[in-house]
Write a protein that binds this ligand. Sequence first.
Ligand code: FDA
Length: 491
Amino acid sequence: KKVIDTPILIIGSGYGGAVSALRLCEAGKKVVMLEMGLNWEKSGIPFSNLLKPGKSAAWLKKKTIAPFMNLFSLTPFTGTLDRLDFEHINIWVGRGVGGGSLVNGGMAVTPKESYFREVFPDLDARKFYSTYFPLVHKELKVNVIDEQFLKDCPYYQFTRVGEEEAHKAGFKTIRVPNVYDFQYMEKEYRNEVPRSALNTEVIYGNNHGKNSLDKTYLKKALETGNLEILDLHRVDHIKLNDDKTYTLNVQQTDTSGAAVADKIFNCQKLILAAGTMGTLKLLLHSHAMSQFPVHEEIGKSWGNNGNFMTGRNWVKPMSGGTGAKQSTIPVGGIDNWDDPEHPFFTEIAPLPMGMDVATALYLLINRVDKKGEVSYDAGSRKLVLDWNESHTAGMRKNADYFIKKMNRANGGTRSHFLFNNGFGADVCYHPLGGCVLGKATNEYGKLKGHDHLYILDGSLIPGTIGVNPFVTITAIAEYCIENLIRENEFA
Ligand code: FDA
């Protein structure tokens, strides 16, 4: 086996990994990043759209795995979108250099300050709202759609109808910022540049327009000359050595998923940023393989960020419905968070199926009143999730209340076309928690029971943040890495 020694190693190239890489590289540190997915930019392979799924559509699957309409067969390839199936919940994650930023809807939402304070009582909220959130907005290139364009563009009929109906039902709507470049979108609309959001590209990657991490944090980190990213490198397990260094067993694959080399990496400092499920799997699997020490808090306070999908059929069929053509980038939301009986936020989501299905899709984000827990089954080598219908019961009540109120005011039925009984309790895009900041780790993400291992990803957030999470994940990573560097952890 090839053995590679490196001082600082990062596992995963999503938000937490990209932030850590940039700040360490800027501080003059040499960093190696291991990512199991493909470096799409380097590969030159284009992303495919929703209507013609190709290589980028799914991680080593024979059929597409989008939440709806999986009629398409595939040749297994290391695609961008993966789905982890558990008994009561399916969790979608991004794979590739850029992690979830390659596949997500780009919604860049700052949490409500009151909820942030409730979730993170020990953090200095004032500093987050004055420093880290503005910094993250700048680095991620967050922008907002022009209201006139939104009004005129036929691709946003679903948002206009969604907002109009919400107002009629007495709900409050909000504009949602995004990392998709809306200036670019306006040019797409005028046919001055190749189309991406207006060409059903999103969950299998965007060829243009979207400022994913490979265009922001990772690009800047690479420009320092201090970062090396090794794609198609999957870490299997980690061993803690007697001298407190780490040894990683890594498999390099080709794009069909076949192993091409087994490698050993030795490092002094290790940053785990494999995403909530990836990080938990690595910690618990390594524990089973090599007595790797794991703190008793690991796996606790896991949540789906209150994700609950639902939809309504026959939305304004007589007046043109939600539109045959839809932008893939959501820009509207309904904010019902201040209702003490039914607190939720919901995205007015696109459903770009190439025809008007007169259906409105909503991804609700609720509070998580009952947290789940993640453990590991050494026999099957799989994560086990303590998560069932009891965890989503309150979310279902909110969805029911929301749909009934919308239908009473506007007509329509709960969408049985999209989900079995109109409720997608099992759809999760936002797994969070399991290595909670200040519980499983110290106040800056250093894992308890370890001297040189840091967790910097969504697993630090205790299962809920009330809005789409990547702005918060990025801000927490900025805060942690700044303090870890200041405390000379990487000296
Ligand atoms: P992230 O998951 O981004 O990155 C982890 C990386 O580690 C991945 O690239 C993975 O391949 C790699 N990895 C894992 N295990 C490994 C191993 N053993 N070896 C090597 N590499 C490994 N959020 C939001 O705020 N707004 C939005 O609009 C959306 N929309 C959305 C849509 C869809 C379809 C999905 C799936 C998700 C979203 N999200 C979202 C969620 C958001 O994308 C998600 O919360 C973040 O990407 C999580 O960031 P992390 O840094 O935690 O890990």
